[in-house]
Design a protein around this ligand. Structure first.
Ligand code: TRP
Ligand code: SF4
Length: 400
């Protein structure tokens, strides 16, 4: 089933990717590109929001990351690959949306306070860092994207995007004079009821409080001095019946279990515990062989519990049911040693990497080829971006 609704996803250019990126996000992209109109973006401006002091490697990182995308099977003839800053419409829509974004919405994004408090190595008390979830919303809304494949940690940003789309549609998606007419009807309610109505309206529209909606409806039904027309108008005002200009997106979260690093923590470049894409077989094999296992298995004859072993977490992602049974049964009965359990895993990872290395051959080291793919992508992305931006500017009355 082909559904040509748009998909936008993006990654910050952090250089070479690891198998966690592949199973968490890119594998999803590769499937989606055959069924949807996909835009895959290098989020270079996002990298600047927290790494503005250290920009010298960005270009190399972009190259390395995009080669990895291609190695994984992302296909430029199926999807549009581009760099964020090469489509300046991102910056433009970001500025326009910033006008309608309440400061409190940004301040309450959980990762904001977290990172401000926990990352002491960088000065993050900047306007750009506060605004970065809005920049992400701008990316998504610019393409009227219906689906956004993201990791678990990014879901909250897609939620914010929906709220911003709703607010934009609410403010700009009305008939001319709608607001004025609603205000006149409100006056008829009398000061006290009108104040209450407005408080409930704010509570419903900004905080999604359904009870406030109910109360406001009740208040209107009860208000004897309103004409039928006025009452209808206030009902519509309450529920924000407006034209949809910006599409509310849905997140797509991959259901692959989290990839565990070779030390048992979450796999992450900053923990230095990754298995990179296109890493050599020797190096992968060494890393897996040295991986910690269930600490209870000190001797070969000690029984183990796969649930206490990070190696098992990798089996869950890489192994067939037969291999998983072999590992699990062998572990709990101490019939196999850990190295025997690890061998089929090494083989499975290597088989996957083999494909990646093969796919990468055509691109590795060819910076011009990668640049051309991205330039071509930027041109196509710009076409779509301009459509949305033109409409937004018209609606905001700044299209002269
Ligand atoms: N913020 C994302 C990250 O840090 C990257 C990103 C930027 C993104 N724009 C996006 C993801 C739009 C999905 C959609 O990983
Ligand atoms: Fe882990 Fe496998 Fe060793 Fe069990 S046998 S502890 S699952 S590596």
């Amino acid at each position: 089933m082909n559904d040509y609704s748009r998909v936008l996803s993006a990654m910050r250019p952090t250089g070479r990717l690891h198998i966690g990126h592949y199973h968490g996000v890119i594998k999803n992209w590769v499937e989606l590109q055959y069924e949807h109109d996909c835009y895959f973006m290098v989020a270079d401006l996002h990298a600047l929001t927290s790494n503005y002091e250290n920009t010298k490697d960005i270009e190399q990182h972009i190259h390395d990351m995009v080669v990895d995308w291609l190695a994984c099977g992302v296909d430029p003839s199926q999807a549009i690959l581009f760099i964020q800053s090469q489509v300046p419409e991102h910056t433009e829509i970001y500025t326009l949306l910033s006008m309608i974004t309440p400061l409190s919405w940004l301040l309450r994004v959980p990762s904001y306070k977290d990172q401000l408090e926990n990352i002491s190595s960088k000065e993050l008390d900047t306007y750009g860092f506060l605004g970065y979830p809005l920049l992400q919303s701008a990316d998504i809304l610019l393409y009227q994207s219906k689906f956004v494949p993201v990791g678990e940690d990014q879901v909250i940003h897609v939620e914010l995007t929906r709220e911003i789309a709703r607010r934009f549609n609410h403010i700009y998606g009305r008939e001319p004079g709608f607001e004025q007419k609603a205000l006149e009807a409100m006056r008829k309610l009398g000061k006290k009821k009108s104040d209450l109505y407005q408080a409930l309206l704010v509570n419903y529209q900004q905080n999604g409080d359904d009870e406030a909606l109910e109360k406001a409806r009740f208040l209107l039904t009860d208000a004897v001095n309103l004409s039928i027309g006025e009452r209808e108008r206030l009902f519509a005002f309450l529920e924000n019946k407006s034209r949809v200009i910006l599409t509310e997106p849905q997140e797509l979260v991959s259901n692959t279990p989290k990839i565990i690093g070779i030390d048992g923590q979450k796999m992450s470049k900053s923990f230095n515990n990754t298995i990179k894409l296109r890493e050599s077989i020797d190096s992968i094999s060494k890393k897996i062989r040295e991986m910690p296992t269930d600490p209870a298995r000190v001797r070969r004859t000690d029984k183990g519990d796969p649930l206490k072993c990070p190696v098992w977490q990798l089996h869950l992602v890489y192994s067939t049911n037969d291999v998983k049974n072999y590992a699990k049964n062998g572990c709990v009965s101490a019939e196999i040693e850990c190295l025997e359990c690890k061998t089929p895993l090494i083989d499975a990872i290597e088989a996957e990497q083999c494909k990646f290395r093969e796919n990468a051959k055509a691109y590795e080291g060819d910076t011009n080829l990668i640049k051309n793919i991205l330039a071509d992508g930027a041109e196509k992305a710009t076409e779509t971006a301009k459509e949305t931006l033109d409409e937004i500017k018209q609606i905001m009355n700044i299209s002269y």
